[in-house]
Write a protein that binds this ligand. Sequence first.
Ligand code: AMP
Ligand code: ZN
Ligand code: FE
Ligand code: FE
Length: 277
Amino acid sequence: MHADLHTHSTASDGTTTPSTLVELAAQASVDILALADHDTVEGIPEASDAAKRLGIRLIPAVELSTSSGDVDIHILAYFVDATDPRLLTLLQELRESRRQRGELMVTALKEAGYDLDFGDVLAIAQGGVVGRSHIGRALVAAGEADSVKDAFQRLIGRESPYYRPKATLEPAQLIATLRELGALAVLAHPGVTAVDDLIAPLQEAGLAGIEAYHTDHTAEQTARYLKIAERLGLLVTGGSDFHGTEGGKHAQLGDVPLPEEAIHRFLDAGERLARSR
Ligand code: AMP
Ligand code: ZN
Ligand code: FE
Ligand code: FE
């Protein structure tokens, strides 16, 4: 069994469509795939159809941005009901705050003399959830940056004068809501976020697991989070955080393997959730 529980599509800031993503998963021998776009479930119907065709199990998921102080904390919500109006309303609000933040960043860049319009960014996002990656691509298209990576380094990274935060929820608040919605909440890439002291309090709020295996984790970080998960009795997940085949900062699909035992525990937890809904 081969799982990749963290991937993105063109419904947010990935560069492959949901159906192409599933085809790539099939080619990479991934049989359990989670589509976890930022703040949207709009790619899930297309991915589910492709998954049925190709004999892949698709786990409906979404990656939500929260923050605590000035730290960004990403929460992966698994086994979501992508038709639940309460979830859809929450996602709609998060997307609106992303759009406003995107517009503020573009205005700040424009005022500093960069040749950029918010319309260019929306055109690149093609109806998908607006993220800094789209601003980065627009800056490259305008000749203002050499690559998306360069744009993140100089113009749109957290330390840049043009960076603006999105309005977000506190992680505990979001996790409590996810619990009400019957979804499984997992702390994404804890090695990147580095909020180890928050893991136990978030577990109190309903956090079910941590993403010990992730593209950006060193072997030491993975070992560290496996240990924390074991001590606290949390599930362990993992994924590539694939954003498309065009390089970028993430791994290729299926490149971050998750041990069989962790996959089984994860799927069992999903089945328990489905029964309790
Ligand atoms: P946002 O959610 O709009 O704040 O944008 C964060 C997203 O930008 C992440 O999910 C990554 O996909 C992408 N990202 C962050 N840092 C970089 C980087 N240095 N190069 C390319 N993409 C990045
Ligand atoms: Zn992303
Ligand atoms: Fe993330
Ligand atoms: Fe991600």
